[in-house]
Design a protein around this ligand. Structure first.
Ligand SMILES: Cc1cc2nc3c(=O)[nH]c(=O)nc-3n(C[C@H](O)[C@H](O)[C@H](O)COP(=O)(O)OP(=O)(O)OC[C@H]3O[C@@H](n4cnc5c(N)ncnc54)[C@H](O)[C@@H]3O)c2cc1C
Length: 382
């Protein structure tokens, strides 16, 4: 069983040597980065959050953050695939029955099982914690019909953590989560979502038609889905999405500093762009933005891992802040990269597209700010 330090070291090495070299090709061809996922799987990275008793590395929020931050510096499509997988495995580990955990988690730890979240529905959009689909319970058992609007890794995952209102729900927040294997009868993926960025993550809508549900696939007690989404998914996804944003910003900052140092003008006696005060100013703004985002991220992780009652506000805020920081840093990097960056060299154009996803992925930055504003004003959140 690999320890968490070894797994994170391998994650770093694979990011540099496999994810980075593949990044432009998978982005341009919109191809799922299977080679990347297999390499991460062989090194135990898929099992990063799997408890040691099931063969995993037993990592938690800080390790998730480090892993996807590192991956996003080289290939943010892969980082998002891994983030959704980590969120799904965290739910299985926290809420799966013993039998389900025994069945799934050792395979995850061996790198042989990729999972994801199938929450979003067009009926509630970015308010992913309020599914509109509802389980039907009658003499024929329990069945679910649902339209899931975006699912990362939809065409490639081995299982999906699916949300739905519980049967006869009295309120929209009475929901359940189920783990459904990819070959479930009645479950189909619908093409591939042609995203602006994260083009290699094989994101697609999914349709569930009269899918039979059994108690073995239920994650947690009946009606506990909403609490699991807030208590398990939101911390992992909020911190993870923020970490992906920070990873993208870090890569963009490095690309920009390298470019302005090496791009030289003959007409100015070989002086580099870096000699221009306005360029230095933009580099300073990027460095400050990045440092502030990283500090906020570390503070949010600290609060979340020490049980601080104010943690949730920071988990919400840091996702929005880091998304904005990534946009600010990547935009400036693209400006400083000039025709070189605009011509798709150095990966900055890809990073610019990839950085846009965080603001619209649920909860979107606008929705997060609505929550934070309400919390600051002492108003009810729901
Ligand atoms: C790359 C990518 C990968 C994804 N992967 C997954 C996945 O694996 N699993 C999954 O379940 N989902 C996934 N999603 C879906 C995602 O989480 C959101 O649910 C989805 O992007 C919402 O899209 P929508 O058009 O329905 O948003 P809408 O709900 O229509 O919102 C559109 C915009 O309206 C504004 N808005 C809405 N409500 C409010 C409010 N209360 N206050 C202020 N402004 C508001 C916001 O600006 C928001 O961005 C993914 C999305 C993307 C882009």
């Amino acid at each position: 069983m690999p320890d968490v330090k070894t797994v994170l070291a391998a994650n770093q090495e694979i990011s540099k040597n496999v994810l980075g070299p593949n990044a432009d090709a998978v982005d341009q061809s919109r191809t799922f980065p299977r080679e990347n996922i297999q390499a991460l799987g062989r090194a135990g990275v898929l099992g990063l959050l799997v408890p040691a008793q099931f063969g995993g590395a037993g990592g938690a929020l800080a390790e998730l953050s480090q892993a996807v931050d590192t991956q996003a510096q080289d290939c943010s499509s892969t980082a998002m695939i891994m983030l959704m997988h980590f969120c799904a495995t965290a739910v299985i580990a926290a809420q799966g029955s013993d039998a389900l955990k025994e069945k799934i988690l050792p395979a995850v730890a061996r790198g042989q099982h990729l999972s994801t979240l199938a929450f979003s529905e067009s009926g509630s959009g970015g308010h992913f914690y309020i599914p509109v689909s509802e389980v039907v319970a009658n003499g024929a058992g329990k069945h679910l019909s649902a339209s899931k609007s975006f699912v990362t890794s939809a065409n490639e995952a081995d299982s999906y953590v699916v949300s739905a209102r519980k049967a006869h729900a009295a309120s929209p927040t009475e929901s359940n989560l189920y783990l459904l294997p990819k070959n479930t009868a009645g479950l189909a993926t619908l093409g591939v979502f042609q995203g602006l960025g994260l083009t290699a993550n094989s994101s697609a809508p999914m349709k569930l038609e009269n899918v039979a549900l059994d108690d073995a696939s239920l994650l947690g007690p009946e009606g506990s889905g909403f609490q699991t989404m807030l208590g398990v998914v939101l911390p992992n996804f909020g911190i993870g999405a923020a970490s992906v944003s920070v990873g993208i910003a870090t890569a963009a900052f490095q690309a920009a500093t390298t470019h302005v140092t090496s791009r030289k003008y003959e007409h100015a006696g070989g002086a580099p762009l870096a000699a221009i005060p306005r360029v230095q100013f933009l580099i300073a703004e990027m460095a400050i933005e990045l440092a502030a985002a990283r500090a906020y991220l570390q503070e949010a992780i600290r609060k979340a891992t020490t049980g601080d009652p104010a943690a949730m506000l920071d988990i919400l805020g840091v996702k929005a802040k880091c998304a904005e920081a990534a946009n600010a840093v990547v935009s400036r990097a693209l400006t400083l990269g000039g025709g070189w960056a605009f011509g798709r060299r150095g990966g900055l154009e890809r990073m610019f597209r990839d950085a846009q996803a965080a603001a619209v992925m649920a909860p979107s930055s606008d929705v997060l700010k609505e929550f934070i504003g309400k919390a600051c004003l002492g108003l009810p959140l729901f």
